[in-house]
Design a protein around this ligand. Structure first.
Ligand SMILES: [Zn+2]
Length: 353
């Protein structure tokens, strides 16, 4: 009944580390804060808002999941930062020397050292929009620049479908825009060789994805030259070893359409909402079409209800799971999962938790 349309990961050995994720591993001091942000800044700074005037012009911007379509960005984004850092002290140029990249609080773009881009040379794609970092009240931090990548490769990061898949990958959707908020998990990431062939570096909000040539050319693993730069290898595989289509879906509708073309009907990823929380516009339309109960997780605390959705998804891709839950309606399946959850040794019923 369930037919696999992808390659089992055991049949496609990964060629380790042909691509790399670069991130700044330096201490979180001297954090820059974007000014000109209309929304309130999160004091911890972990969820910078995208309510910036500049971002409103970005196409497809969603303030709920903080994603937008960078293809619509017309030109470089000049960032203006506060003269004080998050801690309230003046920006320290000595510390900036060691900063390779950063996403300032409230900034919609990655900020990186210009010298990093210069060192990567031809591995920096022409499509990148490179802007300046100014200081409110005058001045510019000319060591740094902003990067917006109109065609980021990040959406092509995949997670190999192995028995651990459900513990690292989330099956969630933004209720406001309908974007698939799939989060690939740590070491299970991989890139499909065909999808990255001939590609150059790619930027997202807090890090860069670069090919081996950039690592070698710029000596990115040289800790003396780049003292706080984290370089993490990402396996590249010849085959697609997960149940997604190619390219990786961005919108849930895309994902759903691909699955249906493969003959399976993925469950609607029920969205947990608080009673007084506004329902996002995408979710509202879904509720109209499918009914409230089918779309919303009424009790966000009930892990078993959440697991029902995952179990149904799992059954789409795994004949063994499909057989186990065959004939069970949602209520009975939730009951069965509740029993398993009480028995802590049965971690296999905890997908996505
Ligand atoms: Zn969204």
């Amino acid at each position: 009944m369930v037919k696999r349309w992808w390659t089992p990961s055991s049949k496609s050995p990964a060629r380790l580390g042909e691509w790399f994720e670069l991130s700044d591993e330096g201490p979180l001091n001297n954090i820059l804060v974007a000014s000109g942000v209309l929304g309130p800044l999160d004091p911890i700074g972990l969820s910078p808002t995208l309510l910036s005037e500049d971002i409103e012009a970005f196409t497809g911007a969603c303030i709920a999941c903080e994603r937008w379509d960078p293809k619509g960005v017309a030109g470089p984004y000049d960032l203006e930062v506060n003269p004080q850092t998050l801690k309230g002290s003046p920006i320290d140029r000595r510390v900036l020397r060691y900063k390779t990249m950063e996403r300032p609080i409230g900034s919609p773009a990655l900020v990186a050292k210009r010298s990093l881009l210069e060192a990567m040379g031809p591995d920096v794609p022409d499509r990148w929009l490179i802007g300046r970092v100014r200081v409110q009240g005058g001045g510019e931090i000319d060591e740094l620049c902003t990067i917006i990548d109109p065609e980021p490769l990040w959406d092509r990061l995949r997670t190999a479908f192995t028995p651990g898949w459900f513990s690292v990958v989330r099956y969630e959707v933004c209720g406001e825009c309908g974007r698939f908020t799939r989060r690939p998990g740590g070491s299970a990431w991989y890139l499909h060789a065909q999808e990255v062939a001939g590609e150059k570096a790619s930027a997202k909000l807090a890090s860069l994805l670069v090919p081996l040539s950039a690592v070698e050319r710029a000596e990115l693993r040289d800790r003396k030259r780049w003292p706080r730069l984290g370089v993490c290898g990402i396996p590249v595989r010849d085959a697609i070893v997960d149940p997604y289509g190619s390219p990786m879906p961005v919108w849930w509708d895309e994902f759903d359409a691909h699955q249906r073309s493969c003959g399976v009907s993925p469950p609607f990823p029920k969205i947990p909402i608080e009673p007084d929380e506004p329902v996002g516009s995408w979710l509202e339309a879904q509720i109209e079409e499918r009914g409230y109960e089918a779309c919303v997780l009424l009790d966000g605390e009930d892990l078993a209800e959440r697991c029902v959705v995952y179990a149904r998804l799992w059954a789409c891709w795994d004949a063994k799971v499909a057989r186990r839950i065959e004939g069970l309606n949602d209520a009975k399946l939730a009951d069965a999962i509740r029993v398993k959850l009480r028995d802590r040794s049965r971690k296999d019923w905890l997908p996505g938790s």
